[in-house]
Design a protein around this ligand. Structure first.
Ligand SMILES: *[C@@H]1O[C@H](CO)[C@@H](O)[C@H](O)[C@H]1NC(C)=O
Length: 141
């Protein structure tokens, strides 16, 4: 009986582990010298084994001064051998001089524990003319 309940407990812990969903909320300021610009921001999780996973589905945005942003994403615990998620974002933006080509900036956001819950972090990002020149589109139709 003791053994059975121990097995049940272990099974429950395993299920919790497998089904844990880690959420992310990043907020902050995009530092840009233009009164408005367009951008498309995607959160990624660096996954050593199977290629990186996109974690957000936010569409293209117009930013107006003072350029605050918020992006959310989530990842379910499919990385059995990892203890943390390594998160970064890729921003294609038009805070550029001249306006085209756009630039694509990658920003490392840190490592976060794999857990059932939400990680909040405030990160200010300098955008003005930052990132590599890109022919990627921002995605307005
Ligand atoms: C981001 O910028 C805002 C406004 O300039 C400032 O109040 C805040 O402390 C900054 N946050 C971080 C994390 O640097």
């Amino acid at each position: 009986m003791v053994r059975l309940s121990f097995s049940l407990l272990a099974l429950c812990l395993l299920l919790i582990q497998v089904e844990s969903v880690t959420k992310f909320v990043f907020t902050g300021k995009l530092v840009c010298d233009k009164p408005s610009f367009n951008y498309h921001m995607v959160l990624w999780e660096k996954d050593g084994s199977s290629g990186d996973d996109a974690m957000s589905n936010q569409g293209p945005k117009v930013s107006h001064d003072p350029h605050y942003y918020k992006i959310t994403g989530e990842q379910d615990g499919d990385e059995v051998f990892a203890f943390t998620y390594e998160v970064y974002m890729v921003i294609v933006h038009s805070c550029t001089h001249p306006e085209k080509p756009y630039r694509k900036l990658t920003v490392q956001l840190g490592e976060f524990p794999i857990m059932d819950g939400t990680n909040y972090k405030s990160v200010n990002i300098t955008l003005t003319d930052q990132g590599e020149l890109t022919t990627d589109v921002i995605g307005f139709h």
